[in-house]
Structures are given as C-alpha cells and as structure tokens.
Design a protein around this ligand. Structure first.
Ligand code: DGJ
Length: 736
C-alpha cells in the first residue's frame, strides 16, 4: 500500500495491492479531478487522461466556459449550482438564501493509520495496516472547508472514503446535502447490481443495464431498510463470478441513504453515495464541523466473487469488533417462533432443559417478557419484568438456565414506545411526532425521540438496569418499525431537518455505551428481520438477524444477497419450525440445518414439540456446527449457483484461507424427472493440490473420491440427482 503525491503534475496516487486510484488537481482554480480507478498501475503521471484541453471545454483563465467545463469534467467531489448539472454531492443554503458552493484544493496530509469518525461507525486499522490521504478543499467565497479522506489498507483493496465539512465563515450555514463519495468515470457499457426486497425477503440481487439518466436505490425510512440496500456495484457485461472488472460502494451507515449511477450526455458515469438529502438540513454554526459517514469503495478484476471476498475480509478484520469478532458464537435457541408471546418461566425452562441435553448452548428469551406485553399492542418502553409470566423474576430464570450449563440472552427494543405504556402516558412528547397531527402507528408503536439527551439517558438506564440484574450474555436489539411523522419536541424549527441523522447517531451512542459497559455481551442487531443489516450496525454487533423468514429455501436467496457483501459470520441464521411460519413450506430438518450452517447457527422452534426424528438430529447438527464453523466464519466464500437464477438448485462453497479444506453446500430445491447428474465446478482450491471427499459416506453415488483442485475447478464434479424436493447435502473436501 502506498499513497504518493507527484508535485510537478499535482497527481495523488493511492495504491492497494491490486488497484490504483488517481486524483489530479487542475487549473488555477485548483479543481479536484478524478483521473483513474482500476487495476494497479506503476506509472503515476496520468495527467494526460484529464480532458482539460478538449474544446469547447477549455478551462484556461482567459478563454473559459466554466459551466461547460464543470458539467463535463470528472470530479472527485462536487459543489452545486455553478455549472455542474449532474448529481451534486454537496449542497448548502446560506443565511442569504443562496445555494451555490464549489470546492478548490488547498492542502493535503498523508499519514499512517486512520482516524476514527467521531460518533460514527467506521473501518479501522493500526498505523502499520493502513494509510490515509486527507485533501483539504475550500469554497473561496463561503470559507467552507471540505475535507475529503481516503484510507487504504495493506491487506485489502478497499478504499474507505468520508467527508468532513467545517464552517470557517462568518455566519451559520445550512447543509442541505452532504454525500460521502463520488466516482466519476467513463462508461464501459456497465451493468448495475443492487439489492432489493421487502419484509421476510430481504436483499434479492438485481442486475440491470446502466442507462442514460439516473438510476438509484435509496431509503428514506430512517433505517437502511428491507426494501433497498446501501450498496451499489457496476460491472462490465462480461464480468462473471470469477473474472472481469467490477466496482462497488457500500455505506457504513444505518439510516437514510442514496446510492445512484447517472450516465451523462458524454457517456460518463457519476456514482454517488451518502445520506439521502430528503428531509436533511443540518445547521452548521461558525467553527462547527459535520462529519459524513464512511463509504467503502472497491474495485476488483476478479469478478463479483473477488469483490465479495474483499468485502468479507475487510469487514472481518477492520470493521467488526469485540470479544466475539473472531470467535465461534454459542448455538442459541430462541423462543419467538416456539411460543410468540405465550410463555412463562416453566415453559422457557422446559425448552432450555431439552435444548441443553441436545448440545444447544444458549437460551434467548424473545419479545413479551416485560410490562403487560401479551401481544404487540402494548408495553414497549416499560422494561420491567412481567412477574406474572416470569415467576421468581428474571434473575431466577437466568440462574436456572445457567445451572443447565447454558448461557442466557434477552430481546430488547429500546428505540420504541407503545402508546399503551406507562412511559408514553408519562412522556407523550418523547415520541417522534409532528405537533397537531395524529401520529402514524406501525406495529402499534411509535419511535422514541432519541435526539433528546434525557430520552437517551432514560432508555440507556432502563436497558442497563435489565442487563445488570442478571447474568445476561446476549442481547437481540430489535427495531420493528420505520420512521415517519418526522418531528421532535426537542429540536428548534431550523434543526428539524437534523432529526433523521441525529436519531441514527443516538442509536450508535446507545450501542456504544452498552458494549462498553458490558464488553462481554454478544450483541445481535435485528430490525423486523433484516431491515438494518448494514455496515453501521456491524461495527457494534458482530452478527445481525438476517430475516424473519427462516424457511430454508427462501433463505438461500436472502443469504446469497446478504453474503454478496457481508461475511457469513455475521448472518443470523436458525433452523426453524415446519410448516414454516412465513411461507408454510415443509422442508427436511437436515436441509434446514445445512442452510443455517452458513450463518451464526441456532434454533427457532419449540424443541419439546418437534417430531422426535428431527429432535434426534440436533446433536448431529450441533457437532456439524462445531466441526465446520471455524471454516465457515473465516474462509473464502464462493457462489457457485444461485437458486434465484436457475430455479432448480443452489450451491456455494467456503474455502479455508490456506486452501487445506473446503465445504460445499448443495441444495437441490426441486426434484425433476429424468435428470442427469449436475456438473458443478468447485473453484478456489489449490490447483495442484489433491483433495479427497472426507465425508464420502454421504455421497454413495460418487465413486471417485479424490481429485486435483484444478480438476474440481475447471472440469467439475457430477452431483447426482437427489430424490424429492428441498434436498441438501454437504461435501467436505480435504487436501491430502
Ligand atoms: C422481529 C424479529 O425479527 C423477530 O425475530 C422477533 O424478535 C420479533 N420482532 C419480536 O417482536
């Protein structure tokens, strides 16, 4: 990794192991231009690539058409309203009501390491592990400083970008849009990849051509959302899983976002990402600064899979923190689908007793243990134990569970309040609301206004009191509604536009306080399933509940979409009850186990009630988890076939970093008559290494059990047709 500055040409060059990124300062106005992003180059004089002298866009002092220049030049970051008519990344409103803003390079700093972003999640690394370039730019009229940061890593090709705005002027200014990153480049017939979904079917992969105009994905729901995802990639048409150019941006943030590709009149593209400008307006007093969240930019020449593996490594090493960062997680059993709200101490203990005998390591008590919460109509905010349900109290239950040799975990939804709660009755103004309007309910609840310090402190003390009261070793932090009716009784009129972002900052602050006071806690974020599965949350919790749909077949595509960016170690995945509570499908218990193995692994069922045959399989699944989890958590992930595309089968693989072993998961979703065996190519192995199928007994149809890595990759292996729908198998390959 290296960052250099060629003073003569005024070119910055950032080199990761396989990529180069070049920025040029041009013209007497010191515009910051984008020159190149792609495969690693040794040459640093790329100034000739900048189209500064192509008529009619001549930026000379005497013969300039500034609007034409600004509207075509490839920028690193943009101002607004002065001639660049493409999507802007920074917009302001002065006290005089004007919106023009521009930026010119002033100075720079290159340093070892990477600074924290105050109050925000961000990637990190030691001084020996990363380097940062900080470009300080200024609007010469407003005296607004715009500091662009770029950090690179010794062991990864990602570039982490962020932007800080400092008001160096004489009066306050309103920031009405601050995106975090912009990449301008020539189009190359790109296709855009994005993730879309809904409740219970999050993050389906979508690919579409990049066309003239703007194509965007976004959330204005106050969270990253089930619907869209703060991720965007653009790749050449011919790019495959294994080969070809792909670029990507992923936002380390959990609130409103905009991610967009715009193709302009000259066939250039501008890709931007940042906080969505809708309902955003931040008042910056003189001398104050605003820090925009981080965007991870990636280029890979090794196809979609190359991009994925870079993201996984980056997040495992430089984003996820805490005690469980590199540790196997306890196998948990959660009572949500087992009991919903209908449980008591005895019921939970009966589940725990049975579970502990089967090798399950932690009981998680889900929603319904507090206030008078017997359905979802009440009590959020009243975090006192319901002793009618939990006779003897929480500590008694936890101690009894601990006596069984199991850990205990609890569900919380700290950001919310039910209208039918003591908290709301005492403080109706603590909910986010617009005065004079009847608030819009979602799941019968309102969102607490965490922008107010007294509300944050109250919420923190409530949850900390619960955690201090017993030996609680895991928290599932849920958020079951999106934001609406944006209004705060605590913010002045000209700061209401800060609410969305301040609310996200408040959630980060609460999780930061909690993980500091309880450093041994395993935190799992959740939002009505997987609506807040994002890089921001991963900074606080090493795992996130992927989706409320735990059906093994639905999970194939949900987990494939999630794993496009996020490591398998982060995906909350459980074996759930059948018929599945969301789609009614009946799948074999074995297959449910194989699919959950690709995530954190656990159970979401009443283990005392499931068929004995299934229950008897649990010890085997537990052993399988212990056998494979190090590999699944730490290995390189390869997508081989996606059921969402081929409608027949799904296949993926995890290869150990030293290529000594690999685990292939194969799920034949639908049985078909008169089928040949399926030729499956298994990549990522050492080409000349000899691999044996370690669990050959599970593949009686396959006679040959030993292959060279290259043979498995290029020629493949024939997987026999399996009888029945929803049939899964694992293949464990070991290098001899
Ligand atoms: C949504 C979560 O995704 C579920 O697992 C469960 O915890 C419910 N909320 C409880 O209300």
């Amino acid at each position: 990794m290296n960052i250099s500055f060629n003073e003569q040409n005024r070119v910055f060059k950032l080199d990761t192991e396989h990529t180069s990124y070049c920025i040029g300062i041009v013209d007497e106005e010191n515009f910051v231009g984008h020159i190149y992003y792609g495969r690693k180059l040794t040459e640093d004089n790329l100034v000739y690539l900048m189209r500064t002298e192509e008529a009619p866009f001549v930026p000379s002092q005497y013969n300039r058409e500034r609007t034409s220049f600004l509207d075509s030049f490839l920028m690193e970051y943009t101002g607004n309203g002065l001639g660049d008519y493409r999507e802007s990344t920074l917009e302001v409103r002065t006290m005089g009501g004007h919106t023009g803003v521009s930026l010119s390079y002033v100075s720079h700093r290159i340093y070892d390491g990477k600074e924290e972003l105050p109050g925000l999640p961000a990637t990190f690394g030691k001084d020996t592990e990363c380097k940062t370039l900080e470009l300080t730019c200024e609007d010469p009229v407003l005296h607004l400083q715009i500091i662009l940061s770029y950090s690179i890593f010794a062991d990864n090709d990602a570039i982490a970008r962020s932007v800080k705005i400092v008001n160096g002027g004489q009066e306050p200014i309103y920031l009405t849009k601050v995106l975090s990153a912009c990449i301008d480049m020539d189009n190359d017939d790109y296709e855009m990849i994005s993730l879309h979904g809904s409740w219970a079917r999050e993050r389906a992969i979508q690919t579409r051509p990049v066309m003239k105009g703007k194509q965007s994905v976004s959330s204005v729901r106050g969270e990253s959302s089930h619907q869209d995802h703060p991720f965007i990639a653009w790749k050449k048409k011919e790019t495959t899983e294994e080969n070809g150019d792909i670029y990507a941006m992923n936002f380390i943030y959990s609130g409103n976002f905009l991610a967009q590709i715009e193709e302009d009149q000259f066939d250039n593209i501008r890709v931007v990402m940042g906080i969505h400008p809708n309902n955003f307006c931040w008042k910056l007093e003189v001398g104050e600064s605003f820090q925009a969240p981080e965007v991870i930019c990636l280029y890979s020449a090794d196809g979609i899979g190359g991009m994925t593996r870079n993201f996984h490594d980056l997040y495992r090493r430089h984003l996820i923190r805490g005690e469980y960062k590199d540790k196997k997680r306890p196998i948990l059993i959660n009572n949500w689908e087992a009991t919903y709200f209908d449980f008591n101490t005895e019921k939970l203990l009966s589940i725990a007793r049975q579970a502990s005998e089967l090798g399950i390591e932690m009981l998680v008590m889900d929603d319904g243990w507090f206030g008078c919460r017997n359905d979802d109509n009440s009590s959020l905010g009243d975090w006192q134990v319901n002793e009618d349900k939990l006779k003897g109290g929480l500590k008694y239950l936890v101690d009894e569970v601990n006596k069984l040799g199991m850990k205990f975990g609890i569900w919380l939804e700290p950001e919310m309040v039910s209208p039918d709660s003591d908290l709301y009755r005492a403080h109706p103004d603590w909910a986010i609301a617009i005065p004079g309007r009847v608030g819009s309910l979602a799941r019968n609840q309102y969102v607490l206004d965490l922008t107010r310090k007294e509300v944050r402190d109250y919420v923190y003390e409530m949850i900390a009191a619960v955690l201090r009261s017993a030996n609680i070793e895991y928290v599932k932090w849920d958020m079951n509604r999106q934001l609406s009716d944006i209004g705060s009784y605590g913010l002045p009129a000209d700061r209401q536009g800060e609410l969305f972002h301040r609310q996200v900052l408040a959630v980060y602050e609460l999780q930061d306080r909690m993980t500091k006071e309880f450093p041994h806690l395993l935190l799992e974020n959740c939002s009505g399933g997987g609506a807040r599965f994002d890089g921001g949350m991963l900074y606080y919790s090493p795992q996130i509940w992927c989706s409320d749909d735990a059906d093994a077949v639905e999970r194939l595509s949900i987990q494939a979409g999630t794993a496009l960016i996020y490591p398998l170690s982060t995906m909350g995945a459980h074996v759930s009850d059948c018929p599945n509570h969301t789609v009614g499908r009946i799948t074999p218990f074995k297959t449910r186990g194989y699919v959950a193995l690709a995530g954190t692994f656990g159970y979401e069922l009443d283990v005392t009630k499931i068929p004995e045959e299934d229950r008897n399989m649990i010890p085997e699944q537990v052993a399988m988890y212990h056998k494979y989890n190090d590999l699944v958590r730490e290995g390189d992930y390869y997508r081989i076939a996606n059921y969402a595309d081929n409608h027949y089968y799904d296949c993926y693989e995890v290869v150990a970093k030293d290529k000594g072993e690999a685990l292939v998961t194969y799920v034949q979703v639908l049985g078909r008559p008169k089928m040949q065996s399926m030729r499956v190519r298994i990549p990522g192995l050492e080409p000349e290494g000899t691999y044996v199928i370690e669990n050959a007994q599970d593949w009686p149809e396959i006679k040959q059990t030993q292959y060279k890595g290259a043979t498995l990759h290029y020629a493949g292996i024939n997987i026999p047709p399996l009888t029945g729908d929803f049939q899964g198998r694992l293949m464990h390959l070991i290098r001899k």
